[in-house]
Ligand binder design. Structure first.
Ligand code: NDP
Length: 328
C-alpha cells in the first residue's frame, strides 16, 4: 500500500464538511488504492462538533482511512498537507456590505494561505469552496509566494454539474451523453454556462443553442440561481451536491479528465480568452499529469463574449476591492 495522502478540510464541522469527509475517507476522491489521513480544521467553538464527526468517521472503519486529526490551529492542520479543501468561510450576515464580506474572508484566507505556504507539502493542491470562492483563492495564493499560483483553484464544478444535468433533462438523454460544456467567470450569479461547444449524444448541441430564448431566459438563469432554488426548497443550502463537486474537482485534478472531454474549474488566468492575468476565473479545463490546462482555441460568439466579459468584470471589481483592503 502507498503512503497516505494528507487531506486538510477547513470548516469540517459544517454542512458541506459533513457530506464531504465520509466520501474522501471511502476513496471516492483519490481512488480505491490511496489511503488518506484527514486533518480537520475548525474554529475553536466548532472543534467539539468536528470531533463528533471524527468519531463517526472512526466508526465507519474505512480501510483507506489512515488517521484523523482535529485542530483549530492552521499551522498544524496544514502541516504536510497534500490536498487542502478550504470550505469554511464567513457567510454574508444581515446588512453586511460586499467590502465587509471580502474583508472578513481575507482574515480567514490570508492566514490560511500563509500557513499553507509555510507548512504544506511541496505538491500541495488547494481547492477553495468557501465563498466568494474565486477571490478567496486569490487572497490565499497571494499569501503563499513559495507555492506556484496554479496550485490554488476555486470550485465551479457544481455549476458545471448543474449545467450538465439541465441539458440532459432538456435533451432527454442520460447525463453521461452531455460533454464539453463550460462554465466561465465567477462562481456567482454572473457565471456563464456555455453550450456553444457542447455535444449531446455525440453531436453538437445546435438545437439548444439555436433556441436563444431558452438559452438566455431559462438555461443560464436556472444554472446560476440553482443554489437559491435549493435553499427555497430545502430550507438549507446545498451541501451534498457541493461536496460531490469538490470530490469531482480533486479527483480529476489528481487523476486526469477523460479523453475527449473537459470540465470547468476556477484557475489562475494567464490571459487566456482576454481574461486579465492573475484573476482566478472559471474556464473549460482538462487535467493531465496533475495539472489543469485551459482548453484553448475555442471560438467565442458575441452572445458568449458579452456574458463572459460581464462575469470577468465582476472578478476584476472584487480584485480591486481586496487590493484596496490590502488583502492581495
Ligand atoms: P457550509 O458547509 O454549508 O458552507 C461552507 C462554505 O461553502 C460557505 O462559504 C458557502 O458559501 C460555500 N459554498 C460554496 N458553494 C456552495 C454551494 N453550492 N452550496 C452551499 N454552500 C456553498 O456552511 P456551514 O455554515 O454549515 O459550515 C461552515 C463551517 O465553517 C462552520 O463549521 C464554521 O465553524 C467553519 N469555519 C471554519 C473556519 C476555519 O476553519 N478557520 C473559518 C470560518 C468558518 P455561502 O455562504 O455563499 O453559502
Amino acid at each position: 500500500m502507498t503512503a497516505p495522502v494528507n487531506v486538510t478540510v477547513t470548516g469540517a464541522a459544517g454542512q458541506i464538511g459533513y457530506a464531504l469527509l465520509f466520501r474522501i475517507a471511502s476513496g471516492a476522491m483519490l481512488g480505491p488504492d490511496t489511503p488518506v489521513r484527514l486533518k480537520l480544521l475548525e474554529i475553536p467553538q466548532a472543534v467539539k462538533a468536528a470531533e463528533g464527526t471524527a468519531m463517526e468517521l472512526d466508526d465507519c472503519a474505512f480501510p483507506l482511512l489512515a488517521g484523523i486529526d482535529v485542530d483549530d490551529d492552521a499551522a498544524r492542520a496544514f502541516d504536510g498537507t497534500n490536498v487542502a479543501l478550504l470550505v469554511g468561510a464567513r457567510p454574508r450576515g444581515p446588512g453586511m456590505e460586499r467590502g465587509d464580506l471580502l474583508e472578513a474572508n481575507g482574515g480567514i484566507f490570508g492566514p490560511q494561505g500563509r500557513a499553507i505556504n509555510d507548512h504544506a507539502a511541496d505538491d500541495v493542491r488547494v481547492l477553495v469552496v468557501g465563498n466568494p470562492a474565486n477571490t478567496n483563492a486569490l487572497i490565499a495564493a497571494a499569501h503563499a509566494p513559495d507555492v506556484p499560483a496554479a496550485r490554488f483553484t476555486a470550485m465551479t464544478r457544481l455549476d458545471h454539474n448543474r449545467a450538465l444535468s439541465q441539458v440532459a433533462h432538456k435533451a432527454g438523454v442520460p447525463v453521461a451523453q452531455v460533454r464539453r460544456l463550460a462554465i466561465w467567470g465567477n462562481h456567482s450569479a454572473t457565471q456563464y454556462p456555455d453550450l456553444f461547444h457542447a455535444e449531446v449524444a455525440g453531436a453538437p448541441a445546435d438545437a439548444l443553442t439555436a433556441d436563444t430564448a431558452w438559452l438566455t431566459q431559462e438555461f443560464v438563469p436556472t444554472v446560476a440561481k440553482r443554489g437559491a432554488a435549493i435553499i427555497d426548497a430545502r430550507g438549507a443550502s446545498s451541501a451534498a451536491s457541493a461536496a460531490n463537486a469538490a470530490i469531482d474537482h480533486v479527483h480529476d485534478w489528481v487523476l486526469g479528465t477523460p479523453e475527449g472531454d473537459w470540465t470547468s474549474a476556477g484557475v489562475v488566468s494567464r490571459g487566456e480568452y482576454g481574461v486579465p492575468e492573475g484573476l482566478v476565473c472559471s474556464f473549460p479545463v482538462t487535467s493531465s499529469d496533475g495539472e489543469w490546462h485551459v482548453v484553448e482555441g475555442l471560438e467565442i460568439d458575441d452572445l458568449s463574449r458579452g456574458l463572459i466579459d460581464a462575469s470577468v468584470a465582476e472578478l476584476e471589481a472584487e480584485r480591486t476591492a481586496v487590493r484596496e483592503l490590502g488583502l492581495v
